[in-house]
Ligand binder design. Structure first.
Ligand SMILES: [Zn+2]
Length: 340
């Protein structure tokens, strides 16, 4: 899922986004609550109509964003109180409020409100957050009013596999339509992320969608899929695009590099995207150097297409029964692109 935090995937129109092959996108409850507010989105007829995207949307609960704020005033069983980074106003977010906002936004999949502990954190702090996340999930289920929206649970537990395992067992009993692994990719080393995912994903119901939140470089995707994960969201393809970086067949290219100045071939001759069909590396390199907005659009189109094609190749390999052999080289520990 490409990330469209503020009801848009940066620099792309919905038509351009659809052409990349993306089927579902992610938007964010916390950010849309602050700006423009769920009342405006609801008055527009819901998030799909408001942003002109007729395909599935998932809204993240905002737990991750709220707990990343320095301006947290108070965390209690009731909820979280914090100061809005926009206007300094004091805002209180509870599980009930989070679901009320998501019911108003109207995404197809909504996420339970969770406490995402930082990394590193003490085991006790993680344990408290994990247990609170479970109690909050029960309140989210009670508050949830729209049966046309699927509510997903989030497994927390930090780097403690026993806490993750206990949370996964508790949540699985609630028979929700989908399950997410949260609280990863919050600063841990890549190999630790893989260890957590490999241990947690198999514990979640196999017949339900399993979603790894906020993760999505090439190798992370392969490791997670090998563990049973179905869904991902990640800002990397679009964020890197805005930094002038192209994702090409598992590599990462900085288009400012001198070698692209007079390279009149497409980014990737095998890529069917609009950017590769119409433009050269030299042209995109020129746009990046000149800081033209079109550079970011063309790179976003290509990068999203690239990562979607990568997952399509994995899906085809799974269907053929050749995933384990074809993608084995990705599972060997190597130098991994960090989340930037
Ligand atoms: Zn392309």
């Amino acid at each position: 899922m490409p990330v469209g935090t503020l009801a848009n995937v940066k620099t792309l129109t919905p038509a351009q986004l659809q052409e990349t092959g993306a089927q579902m996108i992610l938007s964010n409850t916390y950010h849309l609550h602050l700006q423009p507010g769920e009342a405006i989105v609801a008055a527009a007829g819901g998030l799909h109509k408001f942003m002109g995207w007729n395909n599935p949307i998932l809204t993240d609960s905002g737990g991750f964003q709220v707990f990343s704020l320095r301006e947290i005033r108070k965390i209690s069983d009731e909820g979280v109180t914090f100061r809005s980074p926009h206007d300094g106003q004091i805002i209180k977010l509870t599980p009930e409020k989070c679901i009320e906002i998501q019911n108003a936004l109207g995404a197809d999949v909504i996420m339970a409100f969770d406490e995402c502990p930082p990394y590193p954190a003490s085991r006790q702090q993680v344990e408290v957050a994990t247990e609170r996340t479970y109690r909050w999930l029960e309140r989210c289920m009670t508050a949830h009013q729209r049966r046309d929206q699927a509510l997903f649970a989030i497994v927390q537990g930090g780097v403690h596999l026993d806490l993750r395992s206990r949370a996964a067992a508790q949540l699985s009993q609630l028979d929700l339509p989908g399950y997410a692994i949260g609280g990863v990719s919050v600063g841990e080393p890549p190999e630790l992320i893989h260890h957590i995912v490999q241990a947690t994903a198999p514990l979640l119901p196999h017949h339900k969608p399993r979603y790894l939140m906020g993760v999505g470089t090439y190798r992370e995707i392969v490791v997670a899929i090998a563990s049973g994960v179905d869904l991902f969201d990640c800002v990397i393809p679009t964020r890197w695009a805005r930094h002038g970086t192209a994702m090409v067949q598992g590599q990462r290219w900085n288009l400012k590099n001198a070698r692209f100045r007079e390279d009149f071939t497409p980014l990737d001759a095998t890529c069917p995207c609009y950017s590769c069909q119409h433009f050269t590396r030299a042209y995109i390199s020129h746009l990046v150097r000149a800081q033209e907005i079109l550079a970011y659009t063309l790179l976003s189109i290509h990068n999203i297409t690239e990562i979607i094609r990568f997952t399509q190749k994995i899906r085809n390999a799974i269907m053929r029964g050749t995933f384990a052999t074809e993608f084995a080289h990705w599972l060997v520990p190597q130098e991994v692109e960090s989340k930037t």
